[in-house]
Ligand binder design. Structure first.
Ligand code: PLP
Length: 449
């Protein structure tokens, strides 16, 4: 009998023993095609046996370097020790009671941790849900109940989920919205500061344009919430110009509008701060979190000002599984890992390693128009040389070539021309270095250098 692989045992190396995908993965892929809805996509067709640190090991024995973290989720690493211990202990005691029926300490402790860790030292409350989209939906419910207004302002390039309300809030049609309408109403989209494509417009000026649209087309008095990602994630890791977010916050405060930071992708040390709002000194009224919160278990939250969070009638918020005890245990384990290993500093170190290496690739190939992001949320925008014209085909080709070489990278962006990097914050230095070498080789090969 072979002992099962666990995350703690995994050699931190890139190792290819078959083509990608190997025969066992190919067999499962065939079974998938006849069992799983074709509507569910996959970035690369390998099937996972174990994962931990900076690697994903597939069922053919290939060890891939992980620059995706399951889309910014396993920031503390897959099966991080404190997450595993907390989950094992909890799952053996009880798996579910429904917090709304008979409550348990873990839920309260996660809310206390969120109230402590999120920006601002005002009195806060939290509520827990299952997915990011559900957190965004609830932030909108709470803001509408508090303000007794209906309109919700969102931004170009924004992503907020795939439920009906959050599809309406998400900007990009393909693949998120195509043929799924009609969408929820009272959602209004205004321009985002996008320095690479708006001629490096000043942040305050870009905000003034967005605010003018709100005033003229919606009326500030009708707006319940402004919902924005401090760095647009699926939109392509767009970092708004300095001053953009603070100007929106000032406008929201002056007009009784709830300012909601969607930190589902940026939260929990990912950008080199606990939350990305901190880079701009912004204190949101409400903040939505999910992805990085619980080391891979499904959990999401809305955290914010007590008077807003408490404005909802008793019983108005909830859900059968929201704040499941096993997911709460995982979150507490995950937060302990982040604090103990200073993962904000780890994210900053990853940025300082990646940006110069990406600049070298840009200099050698001429196809990288912009290198951006913060911490371990870094992206390159790929263009036709010397222009800002997107090159989605080259982006896809480079991603595919990296996958074949055992490096998991993700694409993003409204124009499909962004390669984004979201390594686990615990990735060993040598592995990150090797991944960047593979990336450079594939950039050179795909651009004929
Ligand atoms: C992923 C994401 C969501 C949706 O989260 P799910 O858990 O997939 O529903 C919402 N907002 C942002 C910014 C995200 O990155």
């Amino acid at each position: 009998m072979t002992t099962p692989l666990t995350a703690a045992d995994l050699p931190q190396e890139r190792r290819l023993v078959t083509a990608i995908p190997g025969p066992k993965s190919a067999e499962l892929q065939a079974r998938r095609t006849s069992a799983v809805s074709a509507g569910v996509g996959a970035t690369l067709p390998v099937y996972v046996e174990a994962a931990g640190g900076g690697v994903i090991v597939d069922i053919d024995g290939n060890s891939l370097i992980d620059l995706g973290s399951g889309i910014a989720v396993t920031s503390v690493g897959n099966s991080a020790p404190k997450v595993v211990a907390a989950v094992q202990e909890q799952v053996a005691r009880f798996t579910h009671t429904c917090f709304m029926v008979t409550s348990y300490a873990g839920y309260v402790e996660v809310c206390e941790a969120l109230n402590r860790l999120t920006p601002g030292d005002h009195e806060k409350r939290s509520a827990l849900f299952n997915s990011g989209a559900e957190a965004v939906e609830n932030a909108v419910k709470i803001a509408r109940a508090y303000t007794k207004r209906q309109a919700v302002v969102v931004f170009e390039h924004g992503y907020h989920g795939r439920t009906n309300l959050t599809m309406a809030m998400t900007a990009k049609n393909m693949p998120y919205k195509q043929s799924f309408g009609p969408f929820a109403n009272e959602i209004y989209r205004v321009p985002l500061s996008y320095p690479f494509h708006d001629g490096n417009k000043d942040g305050a000026k870009a905000a003034a344009e967005a605010i003018s649209r709100i005033d003229k087309e919606i009326g500030a008095d009708n707006v319940a919430a402004i919902v924005i990602e401090p760095i647009a994630g699926e939109g392509g890791f767009i970092v708004p110009a300095a001053g953009f977010l603070p100007a929106l916050v000032d406008f929201a405060r002056a007009n009784g509008i709830v300012f909601v930071a969607d930190e589902i992708q940026t939260g929990f040390c990912r950008t080199g701060a606990w939350f990305a709002c901190e880079h701009e000194g912004v204190v949101p009224d409400l903040i939505t979190t999910a992805k990085g919160i619980a080391g891979g278990l499904p959990l999401a939250a809305v955290t914010g000002r007590a008077e807003i969070m408490d404005a909802v009638h008793a019983g108005g918020l909830g859900g059968t599984y929201g704040g499941n005890p096993v997911a709460c245990a995982a979150a507490l384990g995950s937060i302990a890992e982040m604090e103990e290993h200073d993962l904000t500093a780890a994210a900053q170190r990853i940025e300082s390693v990646m940006k110069p290496r990406l600049q070298t690739i840009a200099d050698k190939t001429g196809v990288i128009g912009d290198i951006r992001g913060r911490g371990a949320m870094i992206a390159v925008e790929i263009v036709k040389p010397g222009t800002d014209e997107p090159d989605a085909a080259l982006t896809a080709a480079i991603a595919k070539a990296c996958h074949a070489q055992g490096v998991v990278v993700l694409t993003a962006g409204t124009y499909g021309n962004v390669l984004r990097f979201l390594p686990p914050l615990v990735i060993p230095d040598a592995l990150l270095d090797e991944a960047l070498t593979v990336l450079e080789e594939q950039f050179l090969a795909q651009t004929g250098h």
